[in-house]
Write a protein that binds this ligand. Structure first.
Ligand SMILES: [Zn+2]
Ligand SMILES: [Zn+2]
Length: 280
């Protein structure tokens, strides 16, 4: 018999890591590798926390890296805080077609499961996600009871909120700090990092998007990174991409600075890496 606390902790990790290690660090940036069955398991945690289809999420996120805080960024506070928090989903300012999505996510379109969940680039993908999320909760209710259902909903809502906070507070220049001059407004904010399992070290992430580690220093705890190291220790994760510590020190002392065009250049460079690494 599961206690509500156990269900909450399990749900927080399952859904939270599904977003951070699944949707973000694995699918969007290919910053490490896992066996395909484990990829689906991790990604399911994100899907079942109302995040929408993986192709929708990754397309949106790659656009965010390409146009950070510039026209074309799907969720930047330059269009208002509410827009960057939730408004971008309700009434998007950046609308992309299937052709653009395929260009941005060629690796995900190769996968029949992700293509199915994306519903041929229609809004049905959101409805399918909603239906499967509700069915998942019905199973919890029928097998574990109403208290467990409430614990699961809370465990899913917290990292969901954390992801929204990364998009909004994580790009407000009045908050947190920057380790790197990345040419946009990305910030490191400790309280966002706590709720988002380490994603709140967002300036570090924008500086080195392909790094599986976002908290770069001892004072920047990154729960997702620790879990990934655990997966590596038991032989479930490999090819983990992290910057050389000596390069970080050099960047810090030399005042690492990206020029205006560097975001898109790095994005394209990453896409090249992704395509070759997805041929497993
Ligand atoms: Zn960002
Ligand atoms: Zn990212």
């Amino acid at each position: 018999m599961f206690s509500a606390l156990t269900v909450f902790v399990f749900s927080f990790l399952y859904h939270g890591l599904g977003i951070t290690l699944g949707y973000h660090r694995l699918l969007s940036h290919r910053s490490y590798r896992v066996p395909r069955w484990l990829e689906y398991l991790v990604v399911s945690g994100g899907y079942l926390s109302f995040e929408g289809s993986p192709i929708f999420w990754v397309t949106t996120h790659r656009l965010h890296h390409k146009y950070s805080d510039k026209p074309g960024d799907p969720h930047s506070p330059i269009d208002g805080w509410w827009h960057s928090f939730l408004g971008w989903m309700l009434s998007p300012l950046v609308v992309y077609d299937a052709k653009e999505s395929m260009r941005l996510c060629p690796d995900l379109y190769k996968d029949p499961v992700y293509r199915f969940l994306h519903c041929n680039h229609t809004r049905w993908h959101a409805l399918l996600c909603l239906v499967l999320c509700v069915l998942f909760r019905v199973v919890i209710l029928l097998t574990l009871g109403p208290l467990a259902l409430a614990a699961n909903l809370l465990g899913a809502a917290m990292p969901f909120l954390g992801a929204l906070m990364v998009n909004s507070f994580g790009h407000m220049s009045s908050l947190g700090y920057q380790n790197f001059k990345t040419g946009e407004n990305s910030r490191n904010i400790w309280w966002v990092a706590m709720l988002s399992l380490g994603e709140g070290w967002h300036n570090n992430h924008h500086a080195i998007p392909s790094s599986a580690r976002h908290g770069m220093f001892v004072h920047e705890p990154d729960l997702s990174w620790w879990m990934l190291r655990l997966m590596e220790a038991v032989g479930l994760a490999s090819d983990i991409r992290v910057p050389d510590p000596a390069r970080i020190d050099a960047w810090m002392s030399s005042g690492f600075e990206k020029s205006a065009g560097d975001n898109s250049d790095e994005y394209l460079e990453e896409t090249g890496d992704l395509v070759s690494s997805s041929d497993r």
